[in-house]
Every structure is written in structure tokens, then in C-alpha cells.
Write a protein that binds this ligand. Structure first.
Ligand SMILES: Nc1ncnc2c1ncn2[C@@H]1O[C@H](COP(=O)(O)OP(=O)(O)OP(=O)(O)O)[C@@H](O)[C@H]1O
Length: 593
């Protein structure tokens, strides 16, 4: 089955699942639409009754007309109300599904791929359409039901009206061109659409606000935004123009032929070969007949648009299912480490880039140790951390955890064994309690656990300075929210990294770069002491830092240079070896003298 039809099936099943009754009520409008299409017939019968002075026929037709109008309006109100409710329910359910599928991708490479982001953006652009897909489907059913009823009324009135139906049919065929133009335009503008959103976010974000002002980027941003919006919208506008021209030509041809047919029928009516009722029905049904072709065209367009967005939803579902299926990993990770981590001939490169970021890494990280990872900017420290935490997969080699390949571990079971603070930490704009509590969801609202984590991260003073302590809302974008300094956000992130009880691997990837050297040193000594206490279950603490004063407390120092391990040993051993580490250490020490 095509992805579009599968997607439409998903939308329909979602609608029935979220509310079977509302789904059924939506269809009530369809009955009203069919009755509305019969109106010209009742008018025709009324007119014929008037000519024949048949009061009974006239009264019956008038009653049918008034009754059908009342029922149409009542059913329409009920149906539309149900559709509005279903629109929201189905929309929220599918939006949640998109968010869940995206957030559940186990590694970061998907999110870092421009192609993935473009397709995701297309799906998000169409979220409104997807949310309304069910009501749009019901609308399409209504249009089809109304149109079929109009066609039956017209065809039974006079055969010549079939010519107009045929002309309408031509427009339906050419509608496929419009649909293709629109789809091509959407895809051509996908990257520009994402760029314009990014630029808009930059202009409105307080984080980027300082730099845009200091560097006087406002004008340049406006120019770039204009160009990006042009790149996004121009193909769509062009597609719309071409469709408008096609519609106008079709309209002219339709009404020119309609005028000829009506003239022909009037002549026959005057000659007595066409009944008055048929002529009245033809006049009454004319507008609806043109409406039928444009409604059918609209229905095809809507259906294709729904199908296209539903197909994008199916793409995401298949993509995430494929990613999950590609993980043979079902081995349950250990609850304590006996041996530790062994990294064997590891290599890694981002995306399709030819240049590897890490090459031939061989390392033993024994259980129960504190390890410092050092190296210059771009040496590959964070990349190695992301591989060990399973956020990226190696291109070559493997990472063994107590003799089990990380690739064979169930990622959803490995992640709860990890904790840490990352270089690009998130700013969770919740209350301070929850911003820390999300580090261990069962402890989200446990104040005692959060306070303990704050103590371990030596960040109690950050909370003490807040107006409502842990209950303070963080982030000025929210009512009564307060903003924190970069260092305070970082210390909140460290506390978050400390809340999970007894992780097997605690990663601290430059978590203290915004703090001064003395505070970082004191903090790391505290981590190292705590890590050694926790080493009973073999936990490994991995610290990435640029500050060599901090490194001395580690059991093992690993020096990375241009993606390779160039030295390993204790601080004392490496200083004595007079190699790369000693050189970097001496450089930094000189800076402090
Ligand atoms: N998401 C990414 N996509 C492509 N290349 C990346 C990505 N992240 C890092 N790189 C590249 O990988 C190399 C190593 O980067 P990495 O962040 O691992 O270094 P690092 O040692 O942690 O540096 P720093 O000390 O500056 O944080 C760099 O050349 C960087 O440009």
C-alpha cells in the first residue's frame, strides 16, 4: 500500500481511537449535503407545478425544499462542531507521536543530518494539515457526496448537461498538474523554510540577542531572512499563479459552453420538446455543476495534500522503526562493573565527512577509576564521550563494557546506567526543582533528592539566591521566571548530572568551563572523592577538561591529539615523561604564574 494511503489509515484509526462518537457525528453533515444538492430538483418541481396550476405538487415541493434546508443546516452545525473537536484531538495525538518518535531516536546523527532535518521540517510545516486531516477527509467525503447528488440531478434533467460534466472532468485531470507543482514547490523550499525559521528564532531569542546587537547584525539578519523567506515562498507563489491561470481558463470555457447549452434548451422548451421542470433544474444546477468540478478539484488537492503529509508521518514512523529494528542490541547491561570499559581500535567520523574525527583509539578504563580526558580544541574529546555514551555509533572498532560490546546493549537499558553534565547542556526552563529533577525522572518532585544533588554539585548557593528557592520558575520567557548566568545554568546542569543514584558511568564533559579554575578544582576533588566511594559498584567517572590543575586528582589521564590517543598515565607519570601532556601543562602553568 502507498505511504499516503497508509498514513490516511493511521489518521482514521487515530480519530476512531481518540473518540469514536465524535468521528461518527462528523459524518452527519454528509446527509445534509446530499439533501442540499436536491434543492434545484424541488425548485423545478415547484415551477412545473405552477405552470400546470397543480397546488399539491407545489406544496409538496415547497415543503421538501424548506425541510431539506432546515435538516441541512442542523446537520451541518452538528457535524462542524464534531469536526472542530476531532481536529484538535487528532492533531494533538499526532503531534505527540511526531515528538515522541523524534526524541526516541537513540543516536544524535539523525538530528545532525541536514536531510533528516529537511524532511522533519516538511512534516512539521504540515502539522496543521495533519491535525486537520480527519476533518479534511470528512469534508472531502461531503464534497464527493454533494457532487454525486448534483451530477445525478443534472444528468436526469437533460442529457446536454452531461457536456458540462465532461468539461468539469477535464479540470479534474489537469488538477494533477497543480498538485505536482505544489509538491515540487514545497520540496524546493524546504531548506529555505528551515533557514528562515532559524533566523526568526535568532532575532527573537534572548541568547542570541546580545551578539546580534553588539555585532550590528540586525540589518544583515533582516536581509538574510528576506532572502530565505523568498527562497521558501517564491516556488509556492509561482505554483499558485500557474494553478490560478489554469482555473481562469477553465472557468471561461465552462460558462461559454453553459450559455450555449442553456440557449439550446430554451429554444427546445419554447418548442415544447423540453419540459419546463428540466429547464428550471438546468438553470438551478448550473452554479452547482461548476462548483462540482472545482469541488472535485479541491477534494483531489486536499486528498493529495493530506496524503503527502500523511506519507511524511509514515516516513518518520518507518524511519524510527527501521532505526530500532537495526539494533540487534538486546543484551541487558550489568548493574555493576567488574572490569570496566575497553575501547578497541575505535574510529569515527561525522555524517558523510571523509575526515575521521577519531582514529585507532585503544584504551582501558578500569572499573572504579576517575579518568581525565585532555587535549586541545577539536582533539575529539566530546566525540569520544558521545561514542561511549552511545549517542553516536563508531564507524570502526568497538567499545566493550565488561566484555560486552556496547553495540549489543539495549540503549534504553544502558542510558539509565549513565549520568553526567555535558558541554552543550540544555536549559530546562522549568522550576529549579524540576530542572534538576529531570536528571532522574522518578525523583522529579523529590526535594530531598534534589537538595542532595545540589550538595554533591556544590550548587546550593545558586538555589539560595533564587527568590522562591527550588520553586522558582527559570527562564524570563515565563511568568515570574528568572534568568540565570551562564555559570549558574551550568551548575544546575551539574546538579542534574548528580541526581541519578549510582550510575556506572558519570561523564563530566567540561561541565565547569564557566567557573573559575579554583572552583573547578575544588568541585572535581569533591567528585573524585564521591566517585571513589561509589567505586564499590565499579563506577567510572570520566572528566573532560582543559584545566590541568584539575587533572592531577584523576587516576588516569588520557591525552588526545587530532583524534588519536598520544599519551596515557597518571599526572605525575606524564609530567615526568616530558611529552605532549607535560608541554601543555607547562604552557598553562606559565599562564598562571
Ligand atoms: N556534530 C558534528 N558534526 C560534524 N563535525 C563535528 C561535530 N561535532 C564535532 N565535530 C568535529 O569533530 C572534531 C572534534 O570535535 P570535538 O567536539 O570532539 O572536539 P573536542 O576535543 O571536544 O573540542 P573542544 O575542546 O573544543 O570541546 C572537530 O573537528 C569538530 O569540528
Amino acid at each position: 500500500m502507498s505511504p499516503a494511503l497508509r498514513g490516511i489509515g493511521i489518521v482514521l484509526r487515530t480519530a476512531v481511537r481518540v473518540s469514536p462518537w465524535q468521528s461518527l457525528l462528523c459524518l452527519v453533515e454528509t446527509v445534509g449535503k446530499v439533501l442540499a444538492a436536491l434543492a434545484p430538483l424541488f425548485v423545478g418541481i415547484f415551477a412545473a407545478g405552477a405552470v400546470d396550476r397543480d397546488l399539491g405538487r407545489m406544496a409538496g415541493a415547497a415543503l421538501a425544499l424548506v425541510g431539506s434546508t432546515a435538516v441541512t443546516n442542523a446537520f451541518s452545525a452538528v457535524g462542524v462542531n464534531a469536526q472542530v473537536k476531532q481536529h484538535e484531538l487528532v492533531g494533538h495525538t499526532l503531534d505527540a507521536e511526531i515528538a515522541h518518535r523524534t526524541a526516541s531516536l537513540p543516536t544524535l546523527d539523525h538530528l545532525e543530518s541536514a536531510r533528516f532535518q529537511d524532511r522533519l521540517q516538511l512534516l512539521k510545516d504540515g502539522e496543521g494539515v495533519l491535525g486537520g486531516a480527519f476533518s479534511l477527509l470528512v469534508h472531502t467525503i461531503n464534497v464527493v457526496a454533494f457532487s454525486v447528488a448534483v451530477l445525478v440531478v443534472a444528468a436526469t434533467a437533460d442529457w446536454r448537461l452531461l457536456i458540462l460534466i465532461a468539461i468539469g472532468g477535464i479540470r479534474m485531470i489537469s488538477a494533477r498538474w497543480s498538485v505536482r507543482w505544489e509538491r515540487d514547490a514545497e520540496e524546493a523550499g524546504a531548506a529555505a523554510s528551515r533557514l528562515s525559521r532559524h533566523l526568526l528564532d535568532l532575532t527573537g531569542s534572548p541568547a542570541a540577542g546580545a551578539e546580534t546587537r553588539v555585532f550590528g547584525q540586525q540589518q544583515a539578519l533582516r536581509r538574510r531572512l528576506r532572502a530565505a523567506v523568498r527562497g521558501w515562498r517564491t516556488p509556492l507563489v509561482r505554483a499558485g499563479d500557474r494553478t490560478a491561470v489554469l482555473d481562469a481558463v477553465h472557468l471561461l470555457v465552462f460558462y461559454a459552453v453553459a450559455a450555449l447549452i442553456l440557449g439550446w434548451m430554451t429554444r427546445d422548451a419554447l418548442a415544447g420538446t423540453v419540459p419546463v421542470q428540466a429547464l428550471v433544474v438546468a438553470v438551478g444546477v448550473l452554479g452547482s455543476l461548476h462548483g462540482v468540478s472545482s469541488s472535485f478539484v479541491e477534494a483531489i488537492r486536499n486528498f493529495t495534500r493530506i496524503g503527502r503529509n500523511c506519507a511524511r508521518l509514515v516516513w518518520l514512523i518507518d524511519y524510527s522503526d527501521r532505526v530500532t529494528a537495526n539494533q540487534p542490541a538486546r543484551t541487558v547491561p550489568p548493574t555493576r562493573l567488574e572490569h570496566g570499559l575497553r575501547i578497541e581500535n575505535l574510529s569515527f567520523g561525522y555524517g558523510d565527512a571523509d575526515r575521521p574525527v577519531l582514529t585507532g583509539i585503544d584504551l582501558d578504563l578500569p572499573a572504579g577509576t576517575v579518568i581525565a580526558l585532555v587535549g586541545e580544541n577539536g582533539a575529539g574529546k566530546s566525540s569520544l564521550v558521545k561514542l561511549i555514551t552511545g549517542l553516536h555509533r563508531p564507524t570502526g572498532g568497538r567499545i566493550m563494557i565488561d566484555n560486552v560490546d556496547l553495540a549489543d546493549l539495549d540503549p534504553s537499558a544502558w542510558r539509565p546506567r549513565l549520568s553526567g553534565a555535558f558541554q552543550d547542556h540544555a536549559r530546562f526552563e522549568f522550576t529549579a526543582q524540576r530542572s534538576i529533577g529531570v536528571g532522574d525522572l522518578p525523583a522529579l518532585d523529590r526535594e530531598d533528592r534534589v537538595r542532595r544533588a545540589l550538595h554533591d554539585a556544590a550548587a546550593e548557593d545558586v538555589i539560595a539566591a533564587l527568590p522562591h528557592g527550588l520553586a522558582t520558575q527559570l527562564g524570563t520567557a515565563w511568568a515570574d521566571g528568572v534568568d540565570l548566568s551562564g555559570g549558574q545554568w551550568q551548575r544546575i546542569a551539574i546538579a542534574r548530572g548528580m541526581i541519578r543514584p549510582a550510575p556506572l558511568l558519570l561523564v563530566l564533559d567540561e561541565p565547569t568551563s564557566a567557573l573559575d579554575a579554583a572552583t573547578e578544582h575544588a568541585l572535581f576533588e569533591r567528585y573524585a572523592a564521591a566517585a571513589r566511594t561509589a567505586a564499590g559498584h565499579g563506577a567510572i567517572t570520566l572528566l573532560v577538561t582543559h584545566r590541568f590543575s584539575t587533572v592531577a586528582a584523576a587516576d588516569l589521564v588520557v591525552v588526545l591529539d587530532q583524534g588519536r590517543v598520544v599519551e596515557t598515565g597518571t599526572h605525575e607519570e606524564l609530567v615526568a615523561a616530558q611529552g605532549r601532556y607535560a608541554e601543555l601543562y607547562e604552557l598553562q602553568a606559565r599562564g598562571y604564574r
